[in-house]
Design a protein around this ligand. Structure first.
Ligand SMILES: [Mn+2]
Length: 322
């Protein structure tokens, strides 16, 4: 049996222990896992500050509870790790600098998990990994909706240097390839000064549903999420959640590559993720752009990302038990 944490013997920035102490299982022996945590330690698609290759390790280690695979949720008493049979397949061995090879390795691993009948939850890594993640999940589940939390649309035609792959282009690749239809996209939390109007016009042509922070400020997050759930559930019976940690205000999540002031609070994001897990059929997710070298005191961004995963799992467990 392959050691699922063998990546740590290759690259020192990868994880050495499983998420919350859940059982470690290699990708070729997933057993009856219902959810598989997988690390994609990659930051060679960033355009500004790197560091997200250290994200999976920091997310797993940002946890003060027992390494026992048991996390009963205070509001419900439900232990999502047990209810969903969550296991951890460790981090992929991704060759630093080789973006196309890395993207292929991630896509193959995620597709393997989805074909096994489990839900992949990928710890990033920069946002370039959502292109192979969601593509692989769509290859197995067909017509999926994608709910995307981010300060940025990530719909660039190319990166600033002209390449198709990057952390600002994954949503464009998903739509252009036909993996996820434009009208199946719901984006929440966008703000700031990117992308430029031509790209925004392209997004409208694709019928992407986009909720800016300005709209969230005016209507309230609850009303916006209500719309998002209705839109995602309409037609598609499976949903992928992509959580860029920079959707949260950099005051609460400073450890990220491209911080944009004026985002959601930690509380808002956690409550929303749990709700989506409960109300929609989540078949895949990723939590990306955690860059530990830029994290604040006390590793606050890594602790938040750790809980983002748990809240998604909590919602999924509540849904399963209904
Ligand atoms: Mn992003």
């Amino acid at each position: 049996m392959t050691d699922p944490f063998h990546a740590a013997q290759v690259h020192s920035y990868t994880s050495r222990g499983s998420y919350s102490g859940v059982p470690a299982r290699p990708l070729d022996d997933l057993g009856d896992a219902g959810v598989v945590i997988l690390g994609a330690p990659l930051d060679w698609a960033t355009t500004y500050r790197a560091g997200a290759r250290m994200g999976p390790k920091a997310i797993r280690e940002a946890d003060y509870l027992g390494f026992d695979g048991y996390r009963p949720h205070l509001p419900t008493g439900i232990d999502p790790l047990g209810v969903l049979n969550v296991v951890d397949a460790g981090d992929l061995v991704l060759p630093p600098g080789y973006l196309e090879d890395s993207i292929d390795l991630i896509g193959a691993a995620v597709e393997k998990i989805a074909r096994h009948g489990a839900v992949p939850i990928v710890l990033g890594g920069d946002h370039s990994i959502t292109w192979p993640n969601a593509r692989a999940v769509a290859a197995v589940h067909g017509d999926i909706a994608l709910i995307h939390f981010d300060a940025h649309a990530d719909t660039g035609m190319t990166s600033a240097s002209g390449t198709l792959l990057g952390h600002g282009t994954p949503m464009r690749r998903l739509i252009e390839s036909g993996a996820v239809a434009g009208h199946r996209f719901v984006q929440i939390g966008l703000r700031g000064y990117w992308p430029e109007p031509e790209t925004v016009a392209w997004m409208e042509e694709q019928q992407m549903r986009t909720y800016l922070m300005t709209e969230i400020g005016e209507r309230g997050l609850r009303a916006v999420v209500e719309d998002a759930v209705a839109h995602a559930a309409e037609g598609a019976d499976a949903v992928f959640l992509s959580v860029d940690i920079d959707v949260v205000d950099p005051g609460m999540a400073p450890g990220t590559g491209t911080p944009e002031p004026g985002g959601l609070t930690s509380r808002e994001l956690l409550d929303t993720l749990r709700r989506l897990g409960r109300e929609l059929n989540v078949v895949g997710a990723d939590v990306v752009e955690v860059s530990p070298p830029y994290d604040g005191p006390g590793q606050i961004t890594a602790f938040l990302a750790n809980r983002c995963v748990l809240e998604i799992l909590n919602g999924m467990a509540e849904r399963k038990l209904v």
